[in-house]
Design a protein around this ligand. Structure first.
Ligand code: AMP
Length: 181
């Protein structure tokens, strides 16, 4: 694993995340990453810091639709790796594996192309935010259905008070910024 050359503090990342109360529905505080990605230096520093958590034997980055694609693509490009997209239902054109998971109200589904990865591949999963862990857990299931292994999950923001990492089993989890309440 490469050593982090970036000593950016928790406080520094907070400066680039906008809290939007009651979006997309009452009671939710939406963590808006658009100020972070709009700032070239901050975006680049965030991607570099995430990259420090990726071992050299990783074969590909897996990005979760849709904000996971932003960080996933930048990371993949920086590390010279490919990007595998895990998408919402009906978006991928070829044959898919599909996993259903629970939301606060109801169910949702994520999909991956059946030929995206195969046995022996090692990947890192990337998304903007870890809340309850349902989305990332479904993504891990998809990767495992392909016979591949998830080496780590990376997030820009982790809502630690929701204990989402407990839903991810033994997979290593790292986040740039933790929100404790
Ligand atoms: P979860 O499955 O509960 O861990 O939710 C994570 C997914 O939902 C990620 O793809 C996030 O982009 C999105 N998400 C959940 N809660 C928030 C929030 N408070 N602010 C921004 N995105 C969120």
């Amino acid at each position: 694993m490469k050593k982090s050359s970036n000593s950016a503090s928790q406080k520094r990342w907070q400066d680039y995340i906008r809290d939007v109360p009651d979006f997309p529905k009452p009671g939710i505080v939406f963590k808006d990453i658009t100020p972070l990605i709009a700032d070239g230096d901050a975006f680049s520093a965030a991607v570099s810091e995430l990259a420090c958590h990726i071992d050299s034997d990783v074969d590909a980055i897996v990005g979760i639709e849709s904000r996971g694609f932003i960080f996933g693509a930048a990371l993949a490009q920086q590390l010279g790796l490919g990007l595998i997209t895990v998408r919402k239902p009906g978006k991928l054109p070829s044959r898919v594996h599909s996993v259903e998971y629970e939301l606060e109200y109801g169910m949702d589904r994520l999909e991956v192309h059946r030929d995206a990865l195969s046995t022996g591949h090692k990947v890192v999963v990337v998304d903007d935010l870890l809340a309850t862990g349902g989305t990332a857990a479904a993504t891990i299931k998809l990767i495992e259905l392909l016979g591949a292994e998830v080496a780590a999950c990376l997030f820009v923001i982790e809502l630690s008070f929701l204990h989402g990492r407990d839903a991810l089993g033994d997979v290593k989890v790292s986040s740039l910024m933790h929100v404790d309440s």
